[in-house]
Design a protein around this ligand. Structure first.
Ligand code: PMP
Length: 998
């Protein structure tokens, strides 16, 4: 068997992979001639040491005589040391772009194991004064920092100065307390091996090894964690969270003492600062090396994010990740406040425990708030809140602590750099709403710690921070925001304040940052050095951390707990659902979305995250469209009854709806669901034709009733299905991408239709007659299929010749979604005998309709009464009319055409670059991208489509998958979906593809 040697990239040694056709054998290493021989011995010794309990480092492969190395003469009288180590599978982590939390956690865990495996190892060679020893970082930063003097390095240099000053103040004193020992010292992302995830199988990435122990040194034990975290931070749009994932994994596998957690962020920062400074030095030595610059770009971007992160915030985040109370003193402060709640003075003079007070819901689910952010600003919101208080005869209203606030999803509150795009939305104070000018009192003794007038819009306005101590001397603070400017007059830092002292008055909107007059009261267990800039809202991802930094101010205010009930958590919600709702009621996404509000093309979850809804066609004219809401509300308050009484709304809706359809479709039946409408279509076709048999398409879905499951191969031919009954005949899906006849074939439509003709002639030969043919005009569950030209016209001809009726299920495609036409069948030049419509008709209000010809309706009126209790009720008619009005007035069909065309262009451009997209198709806002494992074989890539949908969900865009192989990414948003949303969708798709499929 041939043995091949291929070079591996390496910084210092020369490495070769030795392999046969059967697979890799070993890695041959030619040590750098400058390498300290003692260090080589140490490397071999450490590999043997580590291998006792840890399989993720290479092992030395001895020579036949048992030696660890051999010496080979090189030309010119030099000699080189050669040695071999075992091969570890995987690719460098540096080549893997997607680093999900689970992979980072795995990395942290493996580093924890490595630290433990290194325990007890020592060698004189690793006690060295080494450039890259984290303990020396400060020295090299001082030495080379002056080289970062150019304009381009200005922000980076300022960040380094900030970080170094903080390190000296906050981290350096901890260093003597850190454990020391042998560390790998260079777990950079090219020395970490990973088995990458596979979106085609759903396999997640995991760490497979650590190589290159040549940088080993005797240093801080936590250095390996810090260095790996530094490398993971620079590749991340949320560096602190990336580092925290490592800490979570590490702490689960290895001890991580408090002092090391406290020092960790400073050490990570110093590694980054050293990297920037040493790179500046290397740039000066080798000005032509462009790679140095490129690799430094990410460091340059990350350093300002680090500089904007208080060290003790990072410590709290890391402690939380390690399973500890984020702020160690918080528990003591909470306990002390809890024990003294009744003793504190009322903070507003009026005691909310004694006067009627109203607890306001300011969460994304609140009916007090509007989907339109502009309606939630001053003065509209003030008017609404004060009206609610007047109605409740409450001089005081409470805004809750630890509540996600819809207000912060407004554009004015953009996410901070380095927060992974997450906005701060969790309110971590307690609000007390009362008239401007209401006096504010100190609830307990303290001193004035800081005061300021933060008069930027949306800030605190005038703000005061008091300092207090618990009985045992643990310091903590209280913050009073949105005060009047006059409150600061005569107050100075350091002044003593007694319980019950008047310290301020509430500000007017003009002076309190443009908010409704209220006191923002917050308890602070660690000011993080931010004092009057201490945030009042936090990222949901750091919720537990901020609850520890800012415990519940109700510990001071003392409202009874039952006044502030906690909403069920997401996991409680899931548990109740599992207990009381059928198990086959499926939930979208690995991480379910808990949607609490919709507005136009957006959904909001319970933590205030905004999603672009690219999937829901039911809220056709947009979630919570005010005209539809108003129509329902108005009619509901006047009359809601059934079709047994004469009603102009019913007639008006019937007229308006039938007017949208071509002749002779002029008689309508109004129902509650498309299932009910399709069920009726079955009855109509049977009564009219006196036949029973029906032709349906492969993979079709028409509804959830017993008969509709019978005519829906998507269900009856799938899991749990019992197959088609004898009266149902399944024709091939006219799929010109995957089916028997493809897009290039001009006869494809005729050929697919011939299968329907074939079924008909078989029925004829069996003496069976045909009731009809039913199909979605663009099969959606079938995979967003656009039927080939001529297909439907041919099928209708065959069906009618056999006496059957043609039923168009326009539930998904009707009402302008396709952009080119109001109904999808119009694009095919056909007029069905029965049109079934549903989902979008009521914009979420349960409505469906069936429109047919007078002749078919006459056959159906055979003496048996037809009645649907809710179908055509007055409220539904009012809602349906409003939907039609909005469609017309907002010209949503033309809008869908334009936005869809632009998105199609973007998707096609992606298809040109990424093999995994086998096809892109659709029209208007009804689009699909079909994913394949292989363009030639068109092998469907179902798990990849589901992977993509889940990544989209993480990126804040909701879409789904469909098709018989579940491999079609389905885009079917509410009609107000904008061109910018389409651009974001295409860009997000591109980054998902680039990270996972290139
Ligand atoms: N027909 C089609 C094409 C559908 O997509 C659906 C719902 N997904 C239905 C009928 C049944 O609608 P409903 O759930 O409103 O009864």
């Amino acid at each position: 068997m041939a043995v091949l040697a291929s070079p591996l990239t390496s910084e210092r040694d020369q490495n070769f992979l030795i392999a046969t056709s059967a697979g890799p054998l070993a890695v041959l290493k030619i040590a750098n001639a400058l390498e300290d021989p003692a260090m080589l011995v140490a490397q071999q010794a450490v590999m043997a040491h580590v291998a006792r309990g840890f399989a993720l480092c290479p092992r030395v492969i001895p020579t036949r005589s048992g030696a660890g190395t051999v010496t080979a003469a090189a030309p010119g009288g030099k000699s080189h040391t050669l040695w071999a180590v075992s091969f570890l599978p995987g690719v460098p982590l540096g080549t893997v772009r997607r680093r999900p939390p689970a992979l980072l956690e795995d990395l942290g865990g493996r580093i924890g194991e490595l630290t433990r495996a290194l325990d007890g190892f020592d060698h004189p060679a690793i006690h060295r004064d080494f450039y890259w020893d984290l303990a020396n970082a400060r020295r090299y930063i001082d030495e080379y920092r002056p080289l970062l003097s150019g304009e381009r390095d200005r922000e980076c240099a300022a960040a380094i100065d900030t970080l170094v000053a903080r390190f000296d103040r906050e981290t350096a004193p901890l260093l003597p307390h850190l454990r020391r020992g042998a560390v790998h010292n260079d777990p950079n992302d090219y020395n970490i091996l990973v088995e990458p995830g596979d979106p085609f199988t759903g396999r997640e990435a995991h760490i497979t090894g650590f190589v290159d122990l040549g940088d080993m040194v005797h240093s801080f034990l936590v250095a390996d964690l810090a260095i790996a975290a530094a490398y993971m931070a620079i590749g991340s749009d949320d560096p602190l969270s990336a580092a925290a994932h490592l800490v979570r994994g590490y702490a689960a596998r290895a001890p991580l003492p408090d002092a090391e957690i406290a020092a960790l962020f400073g050490l990570i920062a110093m590694r980054l600062c050293a990297s920037a400074c040493i790179a500046a030095h290397q740039r000066r030595e080798r000005p032509d090396n462009v790679y140095l610059d490129i690799s430094q770009d990410a460091v340059r971007r990350t350093l300002p994010v680090f500089a904007a992160t208080p060290f003790r915030l990072a410590e709290a985040v890391f402690r939380d990740a390690a399973g500890l109370e984020p702020v160690a003193a918080s528990a003591a402060v909470r306990a002390w406040l809890g024990a003294h709640t009744g003793d504190f003075a009322p903070v507003l003079g009026v005691d909310p425990r004694l006067v009627p007070s109203l607890v306001l819901d300011l969460s994304p689910a609140s009916p007090l708030l509007h989907g339109d952010v502009r309606e939630n600003e001053e003065p509209a919101l003030t008017a609404r809140l004060f009206a609610a208080m007047r109605k409740a005869k409450a001089p005081l209203a409470i805004g809750r602590y630890d509540e996600a606030r819809l207000i912060y999803s407004a554009p004015a509150f953009a996410p901070a750099r380095g927060s992974g795009g997450e906005r701060r939305a969790i309110h971590i104070g307690l609000d007390l709403f009362a008239e401007a000018g209401t006096p504010v009192y100190a609830p307990l003794d303290g001193t004035v710690h800081a005061l300021a007038n933060n008069d930027a819009p949306q800030d605190y306005g005038a703000v005061i921070v008091l300092r207090h101590e618990t009985g045992d001397g643990t310091p903590f603070h209280t913050l009073y925001g949105h005060l009047s400017r006059a409150s600061l007059d005569g107050l100075r830092a350091g002044a003593t304040v007694r319980r019950g002292d008047r310290i301020a008055t509430l500000g007017t909107p003009a002076e309190n940052g443009h908010w409704t007059p209220h006191l923002h009261l917050q308890v602070i267990t660690d000011t993080l050095g931010l004092d009057t800039d201490f945030p009042g809202v936090a990222r949901a991802a750091q919720r537990a951390v901020w609850r520890s930094l800012s415990p519940d101010p109700n510990l001071i205010v003392g409202l009874p707990a039952e006044r502030l009930p906690a909403a069920p958590t997401k996991s409680e919600n899931l548990a109740t659902r599992h207990a009381h709702l059928g198990a086959n009621l499926s939930i979208a996404y690995q991480d379910p979305v808990r949607a609490v509000r919709g507005w136009r093309q957006h959904l909001y979850d319970d933590e205030g995250r905004q999603y672009i809804d690219a999937y829901n066609n039911v809220p056709h004219v947009g979630h919570a469209h005010p005209r539809v809401v108003a129509a329902a509300h108005r009619q509901m308050a006047v009359l809601n009854t059934n079709t047994r009484y004469l009603n102009d709304k019913l007639n008006e809706y019937a007229e308006r709806l039938t007017a949208m359809l071509p002749d002779p479709l002029s008689v309508c039946y109004l129902l509650n669901s498309a299932s009910e409408a399709n069920e009726l279509a079955l009855r109509l076709s049977r009564t009219h034709t006196r036949a029973r048999d029906l032709i349906v398409l492969e993979a079709a879905y028409h509804g959830n009733t017993t008969s509709l499951i019978d005519i829906s191969p998507y269900k009856h031919a799938g899991p749990g299905g019992a197959g088609a009954p004898d009266w149902v005949h399944v024709a091939p899906l006219p799929d010109d991408y995957r089916g028997a006849y493809r897009r290039g074939d001009p006869e494809a439509g005729r050929k697919y239709a011939a299968h329907v003709a074939g079924i008909i002639s078989r029925l004829r030969s069996q003496d069976r007659s045909l009731a009809g043919f039913i199909a979605e005009t663009c099969p959606s569950v079938g995979g967003q299929i656009i039927m080939p030209h001529g297909y439907l016209a041919d099928v209708y001809r065959h069906v009618r010749a056999a006496g059957g009726l043609c039923i168009a299920d326009e539930v998904q495609t009707g009402l302008g979604r396709m952009g080119t036409h109001f109904w999808a069948f119009e694009a095919h030049g056909v007029v069905p005998d029965i049109v079934v419509m549903g989902k979008p008709l009521g914009n979420g209000h349960p409505m469906a309709a069936l429109v047919t010809t007078p002749a078919i309706a006459a056959s159906f009126a055979n003496g048996m009464e037809f009645f649907s209790t809710f179908g055509g009720n007055t409220v539904s008619c009012a809602v349906g009319l409003a939907v039609l009005d909005v469609l017309r007035d907002e010209q949503l069909q033309a809008h869908a055409l334009a936005v869809g065309a632009q998105m199609l262009d973007g998707l096609r451009a992606l298809m040109a670059r990424y093999e995994v997209i086998g096809d892109v198709r659709g029209s208007g806002l009804f689009l699909g991208a079909e994913l394949v494992r292989d363009r030639e074989t068109r092998e469907p890539a179902g798990p990849a489509a589901s992977f993509v949908a889940n990544r989209f969900r993480e990126a804040g865009i909701l879409l789904g998958t469909d098709g018989p192989h579940h491999n079609v990414v389905k885009i079917r948003p509410p009609m107000p979906f904008e061109a910018a949303d389409g651009d974001r969708l295409v860009e997000t798709f591109e980054s998902i593809l680039a990270e996972n499929f290139s």
